[in-house]
Write a protein that binds this ligand. Structure first.
Ligand code: ADP
Ligand code: MG
Ligand code: ZN
Length: 680
């Protein structure tokens, strides 16, 4: 079996595995049934693509979306791998080419849409094609609970039985219920070897902001990142349209996306997003699984997501390429109320509702966190971590205060008014604002009337919001959202527990965010030039820009400025095929001139030790081309002979003669052997 690290670097151009990848690759390559759960952007595709190259025969990949398949096939072909897809989106030529490659047995990866499994023709074809591995991407699509359920995924279990080959399943959805369902439906209940890996995405910046002028907050977040691809998630369809318009008015290239749009219109947005550099899509969560673009530089939530899992999945779409990416989530009291109501009014059974409230609570705990957000987030997934230094709270530690007394005052206002009112009325009572409604009900006679003078209205709003976030109060669905106290609040009311809240979110803080740059000011012009070159090449080849090189690779080029093809080959993301195809073009951008023409035989060795040996052989040959005394008839070896020598590195005259022939071995042999013995 081929060494995975060698293929990782020669085919994909990556210098090392990401956390977790190596073990998964080994298990899959060894033909074990596996289930790998890795975060979005963790690098799951590689965990079946690499084993496919290590194993004999064909790997069938089942993936839920045509767009995903097409992008992966393009990426693989760009890296020099024989891959194809059979989907309804194919042209006839594409389909013919796939069949030819299948016929000739040269295809390594075949992507098929799950609905193809319904036809008996597919099964027959796969039986003949020498399939040795089935890979199932987005395996949570077999789960009837999730909103990504795909009935055709239920056919995969039968396919595995028929073909009788190992199956590797991949998903980012970690909860135990889904995992159990995957084992049932894909592996007939026999638990596969399971890998559950690192939820941290260190390159993502985490931030939350309390809504205050929500539209303006989104616009300034986007303005600081103008020209970079981003997603704004909204809670409603209508908002996606208005916010997209506002972004366009602010000079962004922006469009909206939601589930109510025609399939064709949605497809146009998906394609534009994957192709264009710097498009902003304002969307509902319907814009999800199909978004495999690795160079999304930011994700903003204009409204609070519905659970911590949802939040994690949505922000996870940013920065898959590993380069820095920013996320920011807005929330406010209305969001909390809306999400609670949504759960209460939903059709799920009671225990599921309780679980959903718990997931919302976890997200609210993150929103109102008092310390490093990453610690809180990873803690939810059962991981421990040090303060990250890459979240808003690490950057500016929050100001907190002991809020036990104010919270008790608020709770008593709630209880004394029979748990029949919302925050606005309760705040009027606390601050002693004798409105008509207050007077009408005699609430100005309550002992709680006017006892809350320590805060103004805005301050109390922040207290109520944080109380809701800590699940001390909940809106009562039967009383039009009036606040009721929960069990969790009892100890505080009885003065048996204390509570700390944030002070800094109580006042309005004007903020002008600094413009975010991906590289230093010095490197920025070069990065733009590299991106322009990438765009031109991508347009010529009609592929998304990142298929040529992703952002991270271009950033590394701009920062390290390789001056030769060898140095270029050491950049992460530059594999042999890409170096051959695009290396010279990008090198020319960096060095600002046309590079010396390099013989293709030498180019193949770029970035490897044999490349340097080749150069030394060439130098020795130049010295000896007219013999040791400089008087004989000129003689040289061909470039491919030298490349062969550098690669095979024969240790004696016999081996050398077999490669060069007698005459050349006689002239250059001793000197060449010396070079080879010295090595690098
Ligand atoms: P997932 O499916 O887990 O969300 P992908 O397979 O789409 O993630 O990979 C995300 C990005 O990470 C891709 O751009 C991929 O090229 C890159 N990537 C994967 N493995 C590595 C690695 N070992 N080193 C560098 N980049 C990697
Ligand atoms: Mg994926
Ligand atoms: Zn942090």
């Amino acid at each position: 079996m081929t060494d995975p690290s060698a293929l990782l670097s020669s085919v994909f151009g990556f210098k090392s595995f990401r956390p977790g990848q190596e073990e998964i690759v080994r298990a899959v390559a060894e033909g074990k049934n596996t289930l790998a759960i890795m975060p979005t952007g963790g690098g799951k595709s590689l965990c079946f693509q690499l084993p496919a190259l290590m194993r004999d025969g064909l790997t069938v990949v089942i993936s839920p979306l045509i767009a995903l398949m097409r992008d992966q096939v393009r990426g693989l072909k760009e890296a020099g791998v024989s891959a194809g897809a059979l989907t309804s989106g194919n042209t006839t030529e594409e389909t013919d080419a796939v069949w030819d490659a299948l016929e000739q047995g040269t295809l390594k990866l075949l992507y098929i849409a799950p609905e193809r499994l319904a036809s008996s023709g597919t099964e027959r074809m796969l039986k003949r094609a020498g399939v040795s591995l089935i890979a199932v991407d987005e395996a949570h699509c077999v789960s009837q609970w999730g909103h990504d359920f795909r009935p055709d995924y239920l056919r995969i279990g039968a396919l595995r039985r028929t073909l009788d080959v190992p199956l590797a399943a991949f998903t980012a959805t970690a909860d135990a219920e889904t995992r159990e369902e995957i084992a049932q439906r894909l592996f007939d209940g026999v638990p596969p070897e399971t890998f559950l890996r690192g939820f941290d995405r260190p390159n993502l910046t985490l931030a939350f902001e309390v809504k205050n002028q929500p539209r303006q907050q989104i616009l300034s977040f986007a303005a600081a990142r103008k020209g970079q691809s981003g997603i704004v998630y909204c809670g409603t369809r209508a908002k996606t349209e208005t916010l997209a318009q506002a972004l366009r008015a602010d000079g962004h290239n922006a469009c909206h996306y939601h589930g109510g749009m025609e399939a064709e219109d949605r497809r146009v947005v998906e394609t534009r997003f994957s192709r264009e550099d710097g498009l902003v899509v304002v969307a509902t969560i319907a814009f999800g699984m199909g978004v495999d673009k690795p160079d999304i530089r930011w994700v903003a939530h204009a409204d609070l997501p519905k659970s911590i899992e949802g939040y994690y999945q949505e922000i996870g779409r940013a920065g898959r390429d590993g380069a820095p990416a920013d996320t920011m989530t807005l929330f406010g009291p209305d969001d909390i109320r809306f999400r609670r109501q949504q759960i209460d009014e939903g059709l799920a059974p009671g225990d599921r509702k309780t679980a959903d409230h718990g997931r919302l609570n976890a997200l609210l705990g993150l929103a109102e966190a008092l310390g490093c957000r990453r610690q809180v987030l990873l803690g939810y997934f059962g991981e421990t971590a040090d303060p990250c230094g890459n979240c808003d709270l690490c950057e500016t530690p929050p100001e907190t205060f002991d809020a036990t007394q104010p919270v008790r005052k608020a709770l008593s206002a709630i209880l004394r008014t029979g748990e029949y009112f919302g925050a606005g009325h309760l705040i009027d009572i606390l601050v002693g604002n004798a409105t008509e409604k207050v007077r009408e009900r005699g609430h100005d006679q309550l002992p709680t009337f006017g006892i809350g003078t320590e805060f103004d209205k805005r301050g109390w709003q922040a207290v109520f919001r944080q109380m809701a976030a800590h699940d001390l109060v909940r809106p009562d669905p039967d009383r039009f959202g009036a606040l009721r106290m929960t069990h969790a609040a009892r100890p505080i009311l009885k003065d048996e527990a204390s509570i700390t809240l944030r002070k800094d979110t109580m006042a309005k803080v004007p903020r002008r965010p600094a413009v975010k740059q991906l590289v230093s000011e010095d490197d920025a012009p070069l990065l733009s030039a590299l991106k322009a070159k990438r765009r031109a090449l991508a347009e010529d080849a009609r592929v998304p820009a990142y298929v040529i090189f992703n952002d991270r690779t271009l950033i590394e080029m701009a920062e390290t400025r390789p001056g030769t093809l060898d140095a270029m080959a050491r950049i992460s993301g530059v594999g042999a095929t890409k170096l051959e195809r695009h290396g010279a073009a990008f090198l020319a951008v960096i060095t600002g001139d046309r590079p010396q023409p390099v013989h293709p035989a030498r180019r193949k060795l770029a970035g490897r030790s044999s490349g340097e040996i080749y150069d030394r052989l060439l130098a020795v040959q130049a010295d000896l081309s007219r013999g040791p005394n400089g008087l004989e008839k000129p003689m040289t070896c061909s470039s491919s002979q030298l490349a062969k020598l550098a690669e095979v590195q024969p240790g004696d005259m016999g081996g050398l003669t077999r490669l060069l022939g007698d005459r050349r071995a006689e002239r250059f042999g001793d000197a060449f052997l010396e070079v080879l013995r010295e090595g690098v």
